[in-house]
Write a protein that binds this ligand. Structure first.
Ligand code: GDG
Length: 516
């Protein structure tokens, strides 16, 4: 909580008198049906909600999101729908303004344009890209609905922070209807190079929408630069490459890189708890892990995470290094995700089949090479697995950041574990002490896992300590503060320009060396 309080005091000093409005696809408190009828609301899983909820609780304000249907088996109540909620339910501190989306909107905007057009496009996984007119129509409509809700909620004193790729068009509509609104946006997935991005039939309109923001931030400098290059190629813009800013139709957008992180301290505290240590012991006993090395993979079941490529690397590992047979077990947690989309349903089946094949080929007596858990687990269970593991494998084909890598590092209380980390996950930039893996090169990948398994104890400890020190320097709260500080600077620049009465932004975009 002390970190959240610090963020709140920074917010107040950067933006005295301003109200914060958060906008995201998912709502912060999700509803579950109770078996006897009625609903309960709990904080949605995910690091971002966990970090932003205490900030919103202290600041007040509004969070605008899709009001998603309740989960669970109980009977639906007669008046389940609410446009507005005060949360947390037990101790209301801020409002959630909920957008009601039809089934067709959800199918075409969320499962369609967001997750079958933009997601694979931005991850450069073009075989999965689907463009459909009905997807695009719904994306436009739903973004317009989000924008209307923002305009309705935001007075001139609002700072609006939009999250992610579901909402690329909303900033443009908000700016049109309420030009004085201060807008910032964080894009959680990669931004692809122009050669890939231009495949999108709506490339120009999306960029125009995003350039209505005062600030847009990505995880990595590489994504930031890709975005700016796309703007240069596609639109009539002025670019200041020194300050990473783009002027479009007289409006200045600052473009920044801010790698997201986790609440490392809380995660470490969780992993250090006695009940978690006890759980680690129970897991060892239950699965007869004594004397075995344990590997772990934790992912949403998403084709971008390279789970099939990981299983292939394991097959090669057990073939080429039979010494690991009976001495190494890999636990794969696969939390079902986006199952309504064919590519995801298909992946679930293919992972299941690949695991069965591996276990059939190499399994002996009571030992299995892979233990597959095809469901989401609680944070406590995850912390126990991270602590139990000797090796964690993150093998994303492309990934904005990858928080699992950071969670594993935070949870390594005993500093025994080795992290094998895809070169194509954003987290690789911060963790040069992980073993880099290329998931597209299965044989090399298998050797990398082998290297992790035979790594001496001292080297493991040294690498882990270095990664933990890096993680301690940048947690999710410093990520929020960094973005707010940049937003402040971007707004100051815009303010100076207005006060000078300069009609054109071009004056600000002369490189500083040319200024008098
Ligand atoms: C996007 C970007 C970027 C996973 N299984 C379970 C579970 N998880 C939690 C993990 C972790 C989160 O889900 C997954 O984090 P990733 O970073 O891998 O994320 P994406 O969902 O792809 O998210 C990504 C992120 O946004 C943030 O900007 O890092 O690059 O793609 O926190 O622990 N959580 C629980 N049970 C599970 O079984 N409770």
């Amino acid at each position: 909580m002390k970190h959240a309080e610090h963020v709140v005091s920074r917010f107040r000093s950067f933006f005295p008198q301003r109200r914060l409005i958060l906008v995201s696809n998912r709502e912060p408190y999700v509803a579950r049906r109770l078996p006897g009828g009625g609903l309960t609301r709990v904080l949605a899983p995910g690091g971002l909600t966990a970090a932003l909820d205490p900030v919103m609780r202290a600041l007040g304000g509004t969070w605008i999101a899709w009001g998603s249907p309740p989960s669970g088996e109980g009977p639906p109540g007669p008046d389940e729908w609410q446009d507005r909620l005060a949360v947390p339910p037990q101790e209301p501190a801020y409002d959630v303004r909920r957008l009601r989306l039809s089934d067709s909107d959800v199918r075409n905007y969320y499962h369609g344009y967001a997750n079958q057009s933009l997601w694979p496009l931005c991850h450069n996984l073009l075989e999965h890209v689907r463009f459909r007119d009905r997807f695009w129509k719904a994306y436009q409509d739903v973004n317009a609905a989000f924008a209307r809700a923002v305009v309705d909620e935001a007075r001139d004193d609002a700072l609006v922070w939009l999250q992610d790729y579901h909402l690329a068009l909303a900033p443009g509509s908000i700016r049109r209807d309420r030009p004085s609104t201060r807008l910032l946006h964080f894009w959680h997935i990669p931004w692809p190079p122009w050669l890939v991005y231009r495949i999108c039939p709506n490339h120009r309109v999306l960029l125009e929408g995003l350039l209505a923001n005062d600030l847009i931030a990505f995880h990595l400098e590489n994504f930031r630069d890709n975005f700016i290059r796309c703007c240069e190629q596609d639109l009539d813009v002025l670019v200041d490459w020194r300050r990473h800013a783009v002027v479009h139709r007289g409006h200045v957008t600052a473009v920044r890189a801010h790698p997201i992180s986790i609440d490392a301290e809380s995660f470490r505290e969780l992993a250090s708890r006695d009940d978690i240590a006890k759980r680690v012991g129970e897991l060892r006993a239950r699965f007869r892990f004594a004397g075995l090395q344990i590997g772990i993979g934790v992912d949403r079941l998403d084709y971008s995470k390279g789970i099939l490529e990981r299983l292939e690397a394991l097959r090669i590992l057990f073939t080429r290094h039979p010494e690991h047979v009976r001495s190494f077990t890999f636990i794969q947690v696969g939390a079902p995700s986006r199952s309504e989309i064919l590519a995801y349903a298909d992946l679930q089946e293919r992972v299941q089949t690949a695991v069965e094949r591996l276990n059939k080929q190499f399994g002996e007596d009571d030992w299995r090479p892979v233990l597959y858990i095809p469901q989401g687990l609680t944070h406590e269970e995850l912390a126990a697995l991270y602590r139990l593991a000797d090796v964690a494998v993150v093998s994303s084909l492309q990934d904005g950041m990858n928080l699992v890598a950071k969670e594993f590092v935070a949870a390594q209380v005993d500093k025994r574990g080795v992290l094998c980390l895809s070169e194509f996950a954003g987290a690789a930039e911060e963790f040069p002490h992980a073993i880099p893996v290329n998931p597209f090169y299965s044989e090399g990948f298998a050797e990398d896992i082998h290297r992790a398994l035979v790594m001496p104890r001292e080297e493991r400890r040294e690498r882990m300590e270095r990664m933990q020190a890096i993680l301690d320097r940048g947690d999710v709260y410093s990520w929020i503060e960094g973005i707010l500080a940049d937003a402040r600077a971007a707004l100051d620049l815009a303010g100076r320009r207005r006060r000078r009465g300069s009609v054109s932004a071009e004056a600000d975009f002369r490189p500083p060396a040319n200024r008098t």
